[in-house]
Design a protein around this ligand. Structure first.
Ligand code: ADP
Ligand code: G6P
Length: 481
């Protein structure tokens, strides 16, 4: 296959921008949702390269174009492919399995066939833009077959894959009827990066138990050819944890702007100038523990521990995957619960729960974070959770407190947060109260330690570590001095 001209190619399901077509036919672009884009967009702002991805709508696909120094290469998806590959296999089969089967996964052979076809299309697009010997960085669960498919087309490339979400224990992964094909797809990469050590270990164990691979620490060796795939070549790859982060400097600069600080004051004022503002910020996803959070808040109101207007809770929920049934159901439940809590505990003019089902610009998010006294990050399962790191970064004044679920990747790093088990509603209530009422000096000490940790591992450090590991794989990169 002839090669393209880019030495560095990123492939992710989404481009960093989504195409929005207005009813009058005019096209605008807006930042795509989610942590993957938040992180990779800032990585790519400091590098040259191409980004291969879907433009976010099934309409006619734009030609490749340049956007702020980055070459964007759209991959077309038909309406049916969006349904079967994106909403179906990616978000109704893989997402629930990779998140502890919080909701039951759906298995459909037609979805799998489309997932394969779309991964092949992504692989062809990568092969088309990558220069001879280029580095290719493939992202996330939507593109698990792409590493091997790219290698087949272009054996000259160095190929990495990063898992933004958890990798499940083999007992759950093994439910997938296509489990072996997925592992073979991933083994096409030279280096596989995960959020936590446990995720990498789960992958290695799955290769051992399901493919009969051997392993030594983080290095997996697969003999290749097996009954299902007689022609496959042997592979030796490395799988290790490289936890993702955020653009600390850029976000702190934004948060320090006088207009953002003023906006934070305005937000507090519009919410009735509470003594304590509790805040949740999530994509509206069942993994995020929003139901558990609301239950704890409702009980705290009921117990008389908190009341409006002194304490109020704001939940910002980004619309997400709205055509998948589990997401539609979740939205209905959350909105019903918010209505019930407000019916019972709001006072005239003083709302108990403010619910915002909208996306906001980065400046507005930074102002929200600055305005919040207690940030509630309570996922049932989350690969990392960048919101937690963003909150800490915006609180450069050392104010505020972070309540953080043990079931997030972030909790492995942020041990000084107010850690909680969101399933334990009594414990969660106590943790929220502690985060509100602890001695201010102790809270500041926690914030200082947490902020130091985030600052020392920002998204550029993450990308450098990842690319260094990819460059040396399957060997470990030499230790940094
Ligand atoms: P996930 O990737 O699962 O959505 P993360 O917490 O890792 O979760 O990343 C979410 C990203 O989306 C963060 O950068 C956060 O600031 C951003 N975000 C969340 N909610 C909104 C919103 N309503 N408007 C704009 N950005 C949002
Ligand atoms: C998570 C996933 C990303 C995904 C994002 C937003 O961060 O790891 O791969 O892009 O959620 O979800 P969406 O389905 O809207 O792309």
């Amino acid at each position: 296959m002839p090669s393209g001209s880019f030495d560095f190619v990123v492939a992710a399901n989404r481009l960093p921008v989504d195409r929005v077509v207005a009813p009058d036919g005019t096209t605008t672009w807006r930042t795509s949702p989610g942590g993957l884009v938040t992180a990779m967009e800032s990585v790519m702002r400091h590098r040259e390269g191409a980004w291969v991805g879907w433009a976010g709508s099934p309409e006619e696909t734009p030609e490749p174009f340049d956007n702020e120094g980055l070459h964007l290469h759209p991959v077309p998806l038909s309406g049916e492919e969006v349904r079967d590959y994106y909403e179906g296999f990616s978000n109704d089969t893989l997402w629930p399995i990779y998140h502890d089967v919080i909701v039951p996964p759906t298995f459909k052979r037609r979805w799998w066939a489309t997932y394969r076809r779309v991964n092949q299309r992504f692989a062809e697009a990568v092969a088309e833009v990558a220069a001879e010997g280029a580095t290719v960085w493939i992202h996330d669960y939507q593109l698990q077959l792409a590493p091997a498919l790219v290698r087949e087309l272009r054996p000259d490339l160095r190929i990495g894959w990063f898992d933004h979400i958890p990798f499940p224990p083999v007992e759950l992964f093994a439910q997938l009827p296509w489990r072996k094909s997925i592992l073979r797809g991933l083994l096409g990469a030279d280096f596989l990066g995960f959020q936590r050590r446990q995720d990498g270990a789960n992958f290695v164990r799955a290769c051992r138990e399901l493919l009969g691979a051997t392993s030594k620490g983080e290095v997996v060796t697969w003999q290749g050819a097996d009954d299902d795939e007689p022609g496959a070549a042997p592979r030796t790859v490395r799988a290790a944890a490289v936890p993702i982060s955020i653009d600390v400097q850029g976000l702190e600069e934004l948060a320090r702007k006088p207009e953002v600080r003023e906006r934070a004051r305005e937000i507090r004022h519009s919410l009735g100038d509470p003594e304590t503002l509790l805040l949740g910020v999530d994509r509206l996803d069942y993994t995020k523990g929003i139901r558990h959070r609301l239950r704890a808040i409702a009980e705290l109101y009921e117990d008389g521990e908190i009341r409006p207007p002194e304490v109020t809770f704001a939940q910002v929920a980004t619309p997400s995957r709205e055509r998948v049934a589990a997401y539609r159901d979740l939205r209905a439940q959350i909105e019903g619960t918010v209505g019930r809590i407000n019916g019972e505990f709001s006072l005239i003019g003083d709302t108990a729960v403010h619910y915002l089902h909208q996306s906001y610009p980065r400046e507005e998010m930074a102002a929200f974070f600055q305005a919040a006294d207690v940030m509630l990050v309570t996922p049932i399962r989350d690969g990392m959770n960048l919101v937690a790191k963003e909150y800490l970064t915006c609180r450069y004044d050392l104010g505020g407190a972070l309540v953080l679920s043990e079931f997030t990747g972030a909790a492995q790093e942020l041990r000084q947060a107010y850690l909680c088990n969101p399933h334990d509603i009594v414990g969660l209530k106590q943790t929220i109260l502690r985060a509100m009422r602890d001695d201010p000096a102790a809270k500041r000490r926690r914030m200082r330690t947490l902020r130091r940790r985030v600052a020392a591992h920002d998204v550029q450090t993450w990308a450098e570590q990842y690319l260094e590991a990819l460059g040396h794989a399957p060997d470990r990169p030499p230790r940094r001095s």
